[in-house]
Design a protein around this ligand. Sequence first.
Ligand SMILES: Cc1ncc(COP(=O)(O)O)c(C=O)c1O
Length: 387
Amino acid sequence: MESAIARRMEGFSTFYVMELLQRAKQLESQGKDIIHMEVGEPDFATPPCIIQAAIKYIQAGNVKYTAAAGLPELRDKISDFYLSKHKISVDPRRIFITPGASGAFLLALGVSLNPEEQLLMADPCYPCNHNFVRLMQGKTKFIDVDANSNYQLSAQLIKQNWTQSTAGVLIASPSNPTGTLVSREVLASSIKQVKTLGGLFYSDEIYHGLVYEQQASSALEFSDDVFVINSFSKYFGMTGWRIGWLVVPEIFIDAAERLSQTIFISTATHSQYAALAAFSSENMLELERRKQQFEKRRDFLYENLIRLGFDIAVKPEGAFYIYANCSRFTENSFQFAKDLLEQQGVAVTPGKDFGKNQDNCHIRFAYTASIAKMTVGIQRLEQFICQ
Ligand SMILES: Cc1ncc(COP(=O)(O)O)c(C=O)c1O
């Protein structure tokens, strides 16, 4: 019955790391100790005040839908967050609560991308992006990026690659897998360029809270006519709660309202109450402490990978990933990752998961493990490459 599968699924990519993860679980069930440096979610537990807020709501017993766009008080809180963090005023009517950034992508592209229209994206980038475009029967044009542009797109790259069918540009800053930022100047000129070319700008700001030496700029600082995707998954450490948000340009409010009614009805209500508690000053202090830990981990991992001979063209400024060139050790990073897991019990993500641009000579290391665990991981990695 293979022909019964919709044609749009043909271009859908899978995560190669899933194969490694399955094997890692198998090895763990056999009693082998695995150091996980492949996981794209914070290892910290959900802070107690967030859990309490969800329990309180659930225990009241009346667990119901909310409005499709989300709890008004949560949309207001997010609007306040933009005011205090970025000094920008965002009308809460433009903010839609979604099941994670993944739900935000679905909503953003659902209301704005037509079949056959093309989006520009950097290669490497987060692997699900082009699947979302594919779902809308759109097309992705990948642009190879390197250290020269901080592994990000720029106004110049956008202009050079724009075609008749291009409808917009999607960036993620900081990026997954490289952890690099789009600078304030490049963000402003890229948005301007896309506007001049008559397209839409989509900014994935999911790793925004996790930027270490500076503050990331939001696309909303430069224009109201942009889609901004964000989430409680990463900085707020709430991956399993499945909650995020989307900011839409004013003219898309009505369409986003109608589409979210259909595809979500609403985001899980207990998660929305939990997210509301995530903005408490007590929790924000805890999140800043966690961020400091991530920064220490980044420095630890960066120094050690360089010491071992990995090439890291740009020191990551945010997120919790290091995208390291491993061509000194292998011409096949997927095989390298498989062997590293089998022989030393260290799990990492191969470049293959993020595109085709020099994927075979890159590995993504996630510092979502403690320094103590990563110390063991580095020792094992050293043994593996020195054997
Ligand atoms: C760049 C990027 N965008 C979006 C997502 C989706 O996140 P979620 O749906 O958990 O909010 C991820 C998850 O890893 C990501 O790395």
